[in-house]
Design a protein around this ligand. Structure first.
Ligand SMILES: Nc1nc2c(c(=O)[nH]1)N[C@H]1C(S)=C(S)[C@@H](COP(=O)(O)OP(=O)(O)OC[C@H]3O[C@@H](n4cnc5c(N)ncnc54)[C@H](O)[C@@H]3O)O[C@H]1N2
Ligand code: MOO
Ligand SMILES: [Mg+2]
Length: 399
């Protein structure tokens, strides 16, 4: 059997990050930047007021209270060109350009709020409540490096430097296809021996959580020819394909049968539990296909361990997979020798430390324990016993 790390590095070695595309700002939300974004101008572009109040000369406030005629208003958006002569004040609003002649802003709370003549009772040093041009970002500075995942604040930054669009790695379009004659769509009535297809919904959501776009989720029967045809059809628009089921030892294991002729997909037993039966290949020499095991928890763990890093890599990110933490185990753990064991668990954080408790049910078909879990304890192949209180590595699941 091959180790988890070997299977993952073989997958990554055969992938190429998706070619960048230029997307309008809002469509770029959630994608990964493929170019650095620099500021074409200073931010703010001009000295402006940080408060609603009066633009004055600090020198005119030496004797308090100061009573100054008001020459006019400078609202935000105003050109702010009117010069403030000595001994005068102008009403100014937050964000408005500081008019020439003024060197200080007095908040309206420090005055009687006069519109013609203002009585200022509290002075301030020169430069008070002024946002200087360039104090946020200097022209030419890189505000977003390539590889940044574009969340709200990052899109805001791109808009703040005037970008209408961005060069980004596109969301990988991933076709998710379950296989199995026993499957029915949720909502359909079940005959004896049938089950509702959960894998394709679970993995389509996992694709979205990974920044990808699930092309469709559906299930295929156990007919190898039909499976081949369906996969061929997905090739036209998929950047990657995920199938579940039909890769173990069964006589009807359709995915294995579908590729028994062409060597495009290599099937392996990987030294892990759950998720031992795996397959990977490039269809048409370019489209990665991940043939994951049918057991739902096996499919889920296989996604997190192999597909997530691959989707990160396609998006130009470091293929680091799920975030991991060190946690004290709240109970003794045992693990089969020679297998990397992933245990569904409950991870808690208290008193500045993580504690983790394995779920009581660890069957690779038991969705309830997976649905409750927020962590996967990862025990390496050479660990068979973990004493209570020992540190273990835990993958943090999206929840
Ligand atoms: N003799 C052996 N039998 C099995 C072995 C083995 O080594 N020797 N491996 C076991 C392991 S480990 C796993 S994992 C499963 C994987 O089997 P397949 O990948 O062939 O999956 P299927 O046989 O198609 O289905 C397995 C199981 O999962 C259920 N399933 C399938 N698709 C879905 C879906 N979309 N939603 C919900 N549940 C699904 C299916 O009904 C089966 O119960 O093989 C073991 N057997
Ligand atoms: O891969 Mo299986 O998931 O060990 O049950
Ligand atoms: Mg099978």
């Amino acid at each position: 059997m091959r180790r988890v790390s070997e299977h993952l590095s073989e997958i990554l070695s055969r992938l190429t990050p998706l070619p960048p595309v230029r997307l309008p700002l809002l469509e770029a939300a959630g994608t990964v930047l493929a170019e650095p974004v620099t500021a074409p101008v200073d931010l703010p572009p001009f000295d402006n007021s940080a408060m609603d109040g009066y633009a004055v000369r600090a020198a005119d406030l030496e004797a308090l209270p100061a009573v100054l005629p008001v020459t006019g208003d400078v609202p935000a958006g105003d050109l702010g060109r009117a010069v403030i002569p000595p001994g005068r004040a102008a009403r100014i609003m937050t964000g408005a350009p500081l008019p020439p002649g003024a060197d200080t802003v007095i908040p309206v709370e420090w005055t009687d709020g006069g519109a013609e003549v203002v009585r200022i009772t509290r002075g301030a040093p020169e430069g008070n409540y002024i946002r200087r041009a360039g104090e946020d970002v200097r022209a030419g500075a890189v505000v977003l490096p390539a590889g940044t995942r574009l969340g709200a604040a990052q899109l805001g930054m791109a808009a703040a430097v005037g970008r209408p669009d961005l060069l980004v790695r596109p969301r990988p379009r991933v076709a998710v296809l379950s296989t199995g004659d026993e499957l029915r769509d949720p909502g359909d009535p079940l005959e004896h021996g049938q089950i509702w297809d959960s894998n394709s919904f679970m993995l389509a959501t996992a694709v979205r959580e990974a920044g990808g776009e699930p092309l469709r989720q559906s299930f295929l029967g156990d007919n190898p020819k039909k499976v081949r045809e369906a996969l061929q059809a997905e090739l036209a628009r998929a950047d990657a394909i995920i199938t579940t089921g039909g890769v173990s030892m069964g006589v009807y294991d359709v995915v294995k049968a579908a590729f028994s002729g062409g060597g495009e997909v290599d099937f392996h037993k990987v030294a892990m539990r759950p998720g031992k039966p795996q397959g990977f290949g490039l269809l048409d020499g370019r489209c990665p296909i991940f043939t994951l095991p049918g057991n739902p928890v096996s499919a889920y763990v296989s996604f997190q361990v192999f597909v997530l890093p691959a989707l990160q890599y396609l998006q130009g990110l470091e293929p680091t997979g799920l975030p991991r933490v060190k946690a004290r185990s709240a109970s003794t753990l045992s693990s089969p020798s020679g297998l990397q064991h992933y245990l569904r668990a409950d991870l808690t954080f208290a008193d500045d430390a993580y504690t983790v408790r394995p779920a009581s049910a660890q069957g690779s078909h038991q969705m309830a324990a997976l649905a409750e879990a927020n962590g996967l304890i990862t025990l390496p192949p050479d660990v068979t016993e973990v004493p209570e209180g020992a540190f273990v590595e835990v993958l943090k699941l999206q929840s």
